[in-house]
Design a protein around this ligand. Sequence first.
Ligand code: B12
Ligand code: SF4
Length: 515
Amino acid sequence: MNANFASIMPQVVGVWCEEEGHHVSFVTYTGFENLINELPENVDIVFIGAFTEAAHTAYALSKLFQSRGAVTVLGGPHARCYPQDSIRYFDYVVGFTNKNVILEILQNCSPHRPMGLHIAAMQQPGSLPGVRERWKFIEPTLRKAPFIKMVPMLGSLGCPYTCSFCIDSVVPYQSLDFEVMKEDLSFLLRKFKRPLVGWHDPNFGVRFDDHMSAIEEVVPPNSIDFVAESSLSLLSEPHVKRLKRNGFKALLPGIESWYDLGDKSRTGRMTGMDKVRQVSEQINMILRNIPYVQTNFVLGLDTDNGAEPFELTKKFVEMTPGAFPGYSLLSAFGQAAPLNLELQRADRVLPFPFHFLDNNRAMNVKPKNYSWPEFYGHVIDLGKHTFSVGAIAKRLRANKGMIPRWMNLVRAVSSEGYGRRKYYTSIQRWLETNPQFRSYFERETTELPKFYEDQVRKDLGPLWNWLPAGALYHDPNAYLRSVEDKALKEACAESTLFPEVNELPIVQQPVYVAR
Ligand code: B12
Ligand code: SF4
């Protein structure tokens, strides 16, 4: 499936560069290719889009390309979350990106070392090239997807909700151009017998009627399959029925917690078992209309205490057998969300190497109400319950259609269900038996347990040799420091008493580029 999850923005950057007359080579790394063999030779400038879990791959690639004389640029979730670390390894690191940001870089195109330039647009772009313009980059990516071919589309940016842990909690909601969207859907109907579209909107359907009307204008009922992430507050029965009529086949609503974030699940102040009952009823209603539903939970939020939250999730799994529960461990991705400042102030963020920050392989926030072995004990127990033979069989019986059944079975018995259970069990065992491992988790040492280093080395393969020295380590409080440095500099700007303030490390506020 990995090629189906490729991001939109690298394709957009490709389009913008070509519009400026540049020759573009485009490579999507899905995790399986021999990446070094796929890299183009003789490039002047390289744009890399990376999630934090791919940061080390990106850092190694940057070093490799710089050694060949190229200028390197990092964009994407890692650049947005960890600019302070990324500027050590790239010539440019970008936040919000519009065409002007890219043009500025193309014109400047020079090495900035040892510290790169951090630049950003003031806000999310007002428009982006659609599928038709991105097609020459989408097509080779989908060739890497053997069976299912999902085309990524975007109808909106930002979100009106304010879930404290989310990167979009402070980004205003905006719709993208409905005309471009309609043109793209018509284009896809000419390209495929039955297209499959994955909406990358952070929260699909905020302007529900406008969005659906645009789809209905150009797509004959049920002739494109759609997949979307949406919040329960938007998924009332009439809305769900309209989604069904229009070919929506999979929805991924976030439940997150039984004690918090009631707004997005329309449960208001309702908590505990009452919330479980209401949400379960709603998800079962969705499942009567939409064949595939994944319900997302965040484990380890500060509102969780004791066994109860986990027991409630088990109850939910029993009462909602057709849904596939997706569990994420609470993660503080650098400067993604204001909540992370609080966590860094409380010294609760751990410096796990970026490679493990994918919401699963490491939880980089010290839980407020659990010891580490206790927390992992609950997570393992929940995994055992969710992916027990009985629960899997019940899920398959509750699902309709071959594809949902097959997907749920594969996800349960592969690296996701069984694999994570095994992985968490080994973490718990190490926590109980290896004092150095436990000390790292307790923040008593920053010396990285070999267990982690070995995995990065194995996963990076030949790129390990290009990983810059020290890149396995980062400052988990860099966001806090950048905010405090800035405040200190501003406070002392007029003062001659503190000349040393100008010697402080670079304040990582981006250079903003106008729209
Ligand atoms: C859609 C989405 C997905 C989709 C598509 C993923 C993909 N490859 O794009 C799916 C469902 C597959 C997915 C999966 C995952 N996701 Co996700 N996902 C999102 C979501 C909801 C929207 C991102 C988006 O496309 N926005 C629209 C684009 C246009 O805006 P943007 O991302 O803000 O990008 C701007 C800039 O960063 C920049 N930019 C972006 N990319 C690039 C690239 C270049 C080259 C340049 C120059 C600029 C640039 O330009 C954009 C315009 O300003 C965000 C949450 C959110 N609310 O934003 C999480 C988010 C990005 N996901 C996240 C995570 C952790 C994951 C998973 C690891 C979860 C998991 N355990 O499986 C996987 C990893 C997938 C992977 N490696 O590809 C985290 C990333 C944190 C981080 N620092 O890494 C986020 C931020 C959610 C969170 N926890 O807060 N995800
Ligand atoms: S509803 Fe989703 S996208 Fe919106 S702030 Fe909450 S988690 Fe983020």
